[in-house]
Design a protein around this ligand. Structure first.
Ligand code: AMP
Ligand code: MG
Length: 413
């Protein structure tokens, strides 16, 4: 692995480096799971349809099935039977008659059009049709939507409400998916306490492990939570080793800066290799990426906004890649007009938290959530987007255009 700890690495270079490792790695193992347990899982192979959809020619309308040859000006066709969805017409169908048919019912053998009931006049003698008829009209042909053997989902697709009902409609009961990525997490810091424990002087609650665990679970990872690790090299080494034994990916928070109790980066260096350290983004500069004996390692900064942000922008795409999720992407960015100023100085790519809305005239606007300190976690709960400000950009005045990136489900759901 290439070492680059000298200057600040750009977000794009960092992402490219991380992704370069995925490309050279074998895909995760696959397993077969029932459809009912497949939500959020990633397809390990293309899914092909075992059937035709629709499975038979059927009516698109409530009306009458006819043979076009029987239709001439003023023709009145007696009704020879009825076809319902789930109850086909299988009787004798004499020439010169029609079949009453409902939406979804199999079209009787020999019928070449269905006429909607709004274009029919019914009398005791039979039915007279009042509009021109085209052969094939209102018949949904077998395989119109999907042919047997068609690929309906590619490999590397996440199964959700747009995909699983499709598989159900094909009668597919089991699906091949990648096994969940195993991720071990811990927070570092002598000041940290888990929720539920009263705080002593100088202590704070552990936000990061809560945030990271939640986002990992939403991504379908199998999480080993090693808790809070004291700022003690021995304890930290033990946590690293335990995490590395279990996981494909180890995520820590805190201790990656340059303080006297910051041991995380040193431990990574000792037990593995540092890929890069220090990003040219704000917040989130002290982020470390590397490789342990077995697992990848991401060291998130301690400040909660920085930790959540670097997880979202850096670790999330890496996990998607490691999990085999090939179509993953962040929501597309768009331009919006700044309603408030945004404080900024050149040097780092800024991910401020903002609220975008549509103005009365239909223009996209964005305003700041206010205080952007890396400890102000409330900025996430107020926001619906990142305001992405270019590395060299200076302070943004109201009225300027900025890039906005809507939150995805990890932060919105
Ligand atoms: P560090 O990177 O360990 O120097 O931490 C930077 C700042 O983030 C300090 O103010 C820490 O108290 C705070 N911090 C570190 N870890 C957490 C955590 N898990 N939850 C909340 N705040 C934290
Ligand atoms: Mg610390």
């Amino acid at each position: 692995m290439e070492f680059n700890t000298a200057g600040l690495i750009s977000l794009q270079d960092a992402l490219d480096k991380m992704h370069g490792h995925i490309a050279s790695k074998a895909p995760p193992e696959a397993e077969s799971v029932p459809l009912t347990a497949a939500a959020g899982r990633i397809t390990a192979a293309p899914v092909r349809s075992p059937v035709f959809v629709p499975p038979f020619d059927n009516s698109a309308m409530d009306g009458y099935a006819v043979r076009c040859a029987d239709l001439h000006d003023g023709a009145v066709l007696p009704v020879a039977g009825k076809a319902f969805a789930g109850a086909p017409f299988n009787g004798e169908w004499p020439a010169g008659s029609c079949i009453r048919i409902m939406t979804g019912a199999p079209v009787p053998q020999g019928a070449d059009a269905v006429i909607m009931q709004e274009q029919a006049e019914v009398s005791d003698a039979g039915v007279r049709f009042t509009a021109d008829v085209q052969p094939g009209q209102n018949i949904r042909l077998i395989g119109d939507d999907i042919k047997q053997g068609d690929s309906v989902l590619a490999k590397g697709v996440r199964l959700g409400a747009a995909e699983l009902p499709l598989l159900a409609s094909l009668g597919i009961e089991q699906v091949e998916v990648f096994k969940p990525l195993k991720v071990a997490i811990f927070s570092t810091g002598d000041e940290l306490q888990p929720v539920g424990t009263p705080l002593q002087e100088g202590q704070i609650y552990d936000t990061n492990r809560f945030a990271v665990r939640l986002m990992l679970e939403q991504m379908g990872c199998a999480v080993l939570d090693l808790g809070i690790i004291r700022d003690d090299p021995q304890a930290l080494r033990h946590a690293f080793e335990q995490a590395d034994d279990y996981a494909d990916l180890v995520i820590s928070s805190g201790g990656v800066s340059v303080g006297e109790a910051d041991y995380t980066k040193k431990m990574l260096d000792e037990l593995g290799e540092i890929g890069f350290w220090k990003l040219a983004i704000k917040p989130g500069k002290p982020f470390a990426f590397g490789k342990l004996k077995n697992a990848w390692f991401c060291g998130l900064p301690g400040n909660p906004v920085s930790a959540a942000l670097t997880f979202y922008q850096m670790v999330q795409p890496f996990i998607a890649g490691l999990s085999g999720y090939s179509s993953w992407s962040l929501p597309p960015r768009f331009k919006a007009k700044a309603v408030t100023p945004f404080n900024k100085s050149p040097g780092r790519l800024d991910f401020q938290r903002g609220i975008f809305t549509t103005s009365a005239t239909g223009e996209l606007e964005v305003h700041s959530t206010g205080h952007q300190g890396s400890h102000v976690f409330s900025s996430f709960s107020q926001a619906n987007c990142f305001v992405v400000l270019e590395r060299e950009r200076d302070r943004v005045a109201a009225g300027e255009w900025v890039d906005v990136e809507p939150f995805n489900a990890l932060l919105r759901g």
